[in-house]
Structures are given as structure tokens and as C-alpha cells.
Design a protein around this ligand. Structure first.
Ligand SMILES: Nc1ncnc2c1ncn2[C@@H]1O[C@H](COP(=O)(O)OP(=O)(O)O)[C@@H](O)[C@H]1O
Ligand SMILES: NC(=O)OP(=O)(O)O
Length: 312
């Protein structure tokens, strides 16, 4: 049976529980339809806005009320996996029931190993949380100089955190076992909880947020996927993005994508990791297709009528 990995963008999931429910409910029928067509699906998702919201909400409360503990990024990613997985698995289960399909759904709390000496720990590039004006961002930096805020794809200023490269999916055996037993698996949420492996085999959480597109490419490799859909907030990858002469692309070869990436066409921390993940997947084996498209138009995307297709 052919396998499809679907990576859902954290920004495309909306800014609050109500919006998130609407977005996953809208996408669920199209995902279940893929199962009807004979594919196995594996779902991953981002958590940029959500992990930032959790981290800020809990730590601001902890600053005001000593009975509330401070929490760090790995715990916040774990929470975001539960929060997003809960909505996703319910939306898919409801759709499966409606269609009388006997599949099960499971969200796997997934840890992803990173290297303790990854240089990314010294150079924060992953945008998390809400978008702010430059003035608000400068105010927050003056209150806490250890924070980094930078502009994110013309959408405003966001907090930047370290984003080390994923090395290995700790729960890979559980994911494969669930797939072999007819489960729709939701895994690697928020790129996975970043962990460093110690000599004794124990894992320790790392202060970072892994890019979910790069982790999803690892997930696609693990499950030997045939297709890799990266669903975000734009219909297609563009060159000259945001300019008057923006050009949306229907197709992109790996070679073209590399050239455009070198020319700086894709914003770091947003479109660039999607392109890198698509290149990694499409290059790994001839015939593999990666598609970057919008979550909102998921039915059209799975029908081949929207999105940018990246092939070797
Ligand atoms: N060249 C480009 N083509 C299309 N979108 C781009 C490009 N460069 C930057 N972007 C921006 O990247 C965003 C996708 O990244 P992001 O919001 O981080 O994704 P996610 O949905 O995974 O959270 C798009 O919505 C768009 O605003
Ligand atoms: N963790 C992560 O990559 O999240 P986004 O897709 O929301 O940026």
C-alpha cells in the first residue's frame, strides 16, 4: 500500500483552539478520502504559534504567581503535541465513523534526538509565538536581553529560538508498529520534542524547537513514504514572494529549487525549511513527489489541482 506523509503547518492551524478546530475539521474529510483511495497516511504538524503561546502564557503566570512553576521549551512542545493531536485525532475519527471506516487513530508523543553540539544552539532561527510590531519586539528585548526577535516573512516580528537538526526519531518502532496495525498515526508534532542522548542511553530535553518540515522528511524516510505533502498557508511556492511581480510555481525540480534557495528566494525559518525537506525527500528516490500547498485547499491539493509539486 502506498504511504503519504502529510505535514500540517503550525501557522496554518490558526491562532486559538476555535480556529484550530475549524481548520482540522475542514481538512479531515480530504485526509480520510486518501485512505478510501487506498493510501496509508501519517500526519505530522508544526507548533510555532502554539509552543510560543504555551511558553509565554505559563511563564508569565509563573512570574505573577509563585504557585505556578516555570516550564521550558521541551515540555511546551510535549504539551503542543497533546493539544494539536487531540483536535486532529478527533476530527479524523469523526470522519472515519461518518464514512463507516474501521481505522484507528493514535497520536504518538514523539521525541527527536538532536546533537548537543549542534551549532544551531548558538544561532536562534526558529520563529515561535505571535507576531509583534518592531516597537513591541524592541520593548520585550529591552526587558529581557536574552530574547531574540526578528522579522518573519513580512508578517511581523517573532521570537526566535534554536532549531537543531533532527538526527533520529526515538519512538520510530512504535510508529511503525501502529502503522502495521491499521492505525492512522500522528507523530513528530512540532518537529518532535528535542532531546539529547546521554552515554547511559537516557534522553534529556533540549531548549529548542525543531523544524517540523525537516523532521517530517525524516518521518517520511522512516515509513518509506511515496508522497510528502507539506500543507501551509499559501497555495504555492513563489519566487519574488511578496513583490509586485511574484510568480507562483506549479512545479519545481530539485535542481531549480536548489538554485532558487541559493538566490535567497525562500525565507529562512518559514519557506526555506519546507523547500529543504521537499528536496531531501524528492532526491532520496526517483519517483518520489513532494507537494507544498495550502491546508485550506487540502481537497484540491490531494486531487492534484493545487500546490507546487517538487520532483527529481
Ligand atoms: N518564496 C515563498 N513562497 C511562498 N511563501 C513564502 C515564501 N517565502 C516565505 N513565505 C512565507 O512562508 C509561509 C510558510 O511558512 P510558515 O508560516 O512558517 O509555515 P507553517 O504553515 O508550517 O507554520 C507562507 O505562508 C509565506 O508567508
Ligand atoms: N515546529 C515547527 O516547525 O512549527 P511550524 O511549522 O509552526 O513553524
Amino acid at each position: 500500500m502506498k504511504r503519504i506523509v502529510i505535514a500540517l503547518g503550525g501557522n496554518a492551524l490558526g491562532n486559538n483552539p476555535k480556529e484550530q478546530l475549524e481548520h482540522v475539521n475542514q481538512a479531515a474529510p480530504a485526509m480520510v478520502n486518501l485512505i478510501k483511495l487506498g493510501y496509508e497516511i501519517i500526519i505530522s504538524h508544526g507548533n510555532g504559534p502554539q509552543v510560543g503561546m504555551l511558553e509565554k502564557a505559563i511563564n508569565m503566570s509563573a512570574n505573577l504567581d509563585s504557585s505556578i512553576p516555570h516550564v521550558q521549551l521541551p515540555e511546551c512542545t510535549a504539551m503542543s503535541q497533546g493539544y494539536i493531536g487531540y483536535h486532529l485525532q478527533n476530527a479524523i475519527l469523526r470522519e472515519l465513523r461518518k464514512q463507516g471506516m474501521p481505522w484507528n487513530v493514535a497520536t504518538v508523543v514523539t521525541q527527536v534526538e538532536v546533537a548537543a553540539d549542534d551549532p544551531a544552539f548558538q544561532n536562534p532561527t526558529k520563529p515561535i509565538g505571535s507576531f509583534y510590531t518592531q516597537e513591541d519586539a524592541e520593548k520585550m528585548i529591552s526587558e529581557n536581553p536574552s530574547l531574540v526577535y526578528r522579522e518573519d516573512s513580512g508578517r511581523g516580528y517573532r521570537q526566535m529560538v534554536a532549531s537543531p537538526k533532527p538526527i533520529d526519531i526515538v519512538e520510530s518502532k512504535s510508529i511503525l508498529n501502529l502503522l502495521d496495525n491499521e492505525f492512522i498515526v500522528i507523530a513528530c508534532g512540532g518537529g518532535g520534542i528535542p532531546v539529547v542522548k546521554h552515554g547511559d542511553g537516557d534522553y534529556e530535553g533540549a531548549l529548542a524547537v525543531i523544524d517540523k518540515d525537516i523532521s517530517s522528511a525524516k518521518l517520511a524516510e522512516l515509513v518509506e513514504a511515496d508522497y510528502f505533502f507539506i500543507l501551509t498557508a499559501v497555495d504555492r511556492v513563489a519566487i519574488r514572494f511578496g513583490q509586485l511581480d511574484q510568480l507562483d510555481l506549479d512545479t519545481l525540480t530539485v535542481a531549480q529549487a536548489k538554485v532558487y534557495a541559493e538566490q535567497g528566494e525562500f525565507a529562512p525559518g518559514s519557506m526555506l525549511p519546507k523547500i529543504e525537506a521537499a528536496i531531501e525527500f524528492a532526491s532520496s528516490q526517483k519517483g518520489r513527489k513532494a507537494v507544498i500547498a495550502s491546508l485550506e485547499n487540502a481537497p484540491l491539493v490531494f486531487d492534484g489541482k493545487s500546490g507546487t509539486i517538487i520532483t527529481l
